[in-house]
Ligand binder design. Structure first.
Ligand code: SF4
Length: 314
C-alpha cells in the first residue's frame, strides 16, 4: 500500500520558566500506509496525545516534517490546507466535550458536509441519516442534542462527524478511555468494521494494550516523548524487545485459562519530561539496566528486520 502519512524528526518543546524545555515529543519518525492502523501506546504523559494533535496541526511543532497524502502539512496554506483537513480527521477522548451542546445532531454532522461542499443543503439530511446508519444510530437521533445520548452513542456521533468529509485517515485519540468496558468493545468493533469496509487508515492512540493488539497492524511504544520500540503488532506482542514494552505487556491479563506471565512492576513514577534522566531515559525504572545505561543514550535502530528499538541490549 502507498504511504499516506510520514513524520520525520517531529518535536514539540514547551518552554518552562524561560530556561528549560518540556520535551513533550522528541524526534519522532514513522510512516503510516493507506488502510493501515498504526497504534501509539504508552503511559499517560508520554506524549502520544500531543503527537496526535501535531499530526493535525492543532498545535504547531517545534521542528520536523509531516507529509500527508503528498502534502507538506506544516507549510500548507489555502486549498492545500483544506484538502489536508478533509483527508485527516480526529476523534477525541471525551465525546461530550467535543460536541456542541446547543446543536442538534443533524446540524452537528450536517455542518461539516456544508462547510466542505460535500453535498448541497437539500441533500444534507439524507447524507446525515446515511452516516448515522453507518455508525449504528437510528434516525430518531437527528433532532436530539448531545446530552440526550449515552457516552458510547456520543462517540458514535463523533465518528459519524469525522466520516462526513470522506477522510483517508482518522487520528483516534484515546477514543475508548471515557467509556464503560462493555461499550469500549462495541466502539472498537465499529472502528474495525469501518476500517475494513472503507479502507480507512488510523493512527490509534491508546493506553489500552488489548485494544491496540486487536486493532493495529503496527505499533509504536512511547516513553518520555520518544518512540522506544516500533514493529508489527504480532511481533511486538509475541516478543517485546524493549524492557519498557515488556513491563507494559506483563500487566495485560491473558485470556487463555491458566496462562499467567510474571508481572514486571515498574519502579517509581515516570520522570518529569523537563528533567529527563541522563543515559537511557528509562534507566531509573528498568529491571534490566546494566553498566552503560545511566550514562550512555542508546541509539534508536533497526535491531531486527522492521523492528526498531532504543536499548543497549540490542
Ligand atoms: Fe533498560 Fe538499559 Fe535498555 Fe535502557 S538501555 S531499556 S536501562 S537495558
Amino acid at each position: 500500500m502507498p504511504e499516506l502519512l510520514k513524520l520525520q524528526n517531529v518535536k514539540k518543546y514547551f518552554p518552562v520558566n524561560g530556561k528549560n524545555f518540556l520535551k513533550a515529543v522528541d524526534d519522532v519518525s514513522f510512516a503510516v500506509h493507506e488502510a493501515e492502523v498504526f497504534g501509539l501506546v504508552g503511559e499517560s504523559g508520554c506524549g502520544k496525545s500531543t503527537l496526535g494533535k501535531l499530526i493535525l496541526r492543532l498545535i504547531e511543532p517545534s521542528g520536523g516534517k509531516i507529509v500527508f497524502d503528498g502534502l507538506d502539512v506544516l507549510n500548507a496554506r489555502g486549498q492545500e490546507l483544506s484538502k489536508i483537513r478533509r483527508g485527516l480527521q480526529i476523534i477525541f477522548q471525551d465525546p461530550l466535550a467535543s460536541l456542541n451542546p446547543r446543536m442538534r445532531i443533524l446540524e452537528t454532522i450536517g455542518e461539516a458536509l456544508v462547510v466542505n461542499n460535500i453535498v448541497s443543503r437539500r441533500e444534507v439530511k439524507d447524507r446525515v441519516v446515511n452516516l448515522l446508519e453507518k455508525v449504528g444510530l437510528d434516525t430518531d437521533s437527528l433532532y436530539k442534542y448531545s446530552h440526550e445520548f449515552s457516552g458510547g452513542q456520543r462517540q458514535r456521533i463523533c465518528i459519524a462527524r469525522a466520516l462526513a468529509v470522506n477522510p483517508k485517515m482518522i487520528v483516534a485519540d484515546e477514543p475508548l478511555s471515557a467509556l464503560d468496558v462493555s461499550i469500549q468493545a462495541q466502539i472498537i468493533n465499529l472502528l474495525e468494521d469501518l476500517q475494513k469496509d472503507s479502507g480507512l487508515a488510523f493512527v490509534f492512540i491508546s493506553h489500552n494494550l488489548l485494544a491496540i493488539e486487536h486493532f493495529s497492524n503496527n505499533v509504536a511504544v512511547m516513553y518520555l516523548g520518544k518512540i522506544v520500540e516500533m514493529s508489527g503488532t504480532g511481533e511486538l506482542f509475541k516478543e517485546p524487545m524493549h524492557p519498557y514494552t515488556e513491563a507494559l505487556l506483563s500487566a495485560v491479563p491473558k485470556p487463555e485459562v491458566g496462562e499467567k506471565g510474571k508481572r514486571i512492576i515498574l519502579e517509581g513514577d515516570v520522570p518529569s519530561p523537563v528533567h529527563i534522566p541522563p543515559g537511557c531515559p528509562f534507566h531509573p525504572r528498568c529491571h534490566k539496566r546494566f553498566e552503560p545505561c545511566d550514562t550512555i543514550v542508546p541509539v534508536y535502530k533497526e535491531a531486527k528486520r522492521n523492528r526498531w528499538v532504543s536499548c543497549h541490549l540490542w
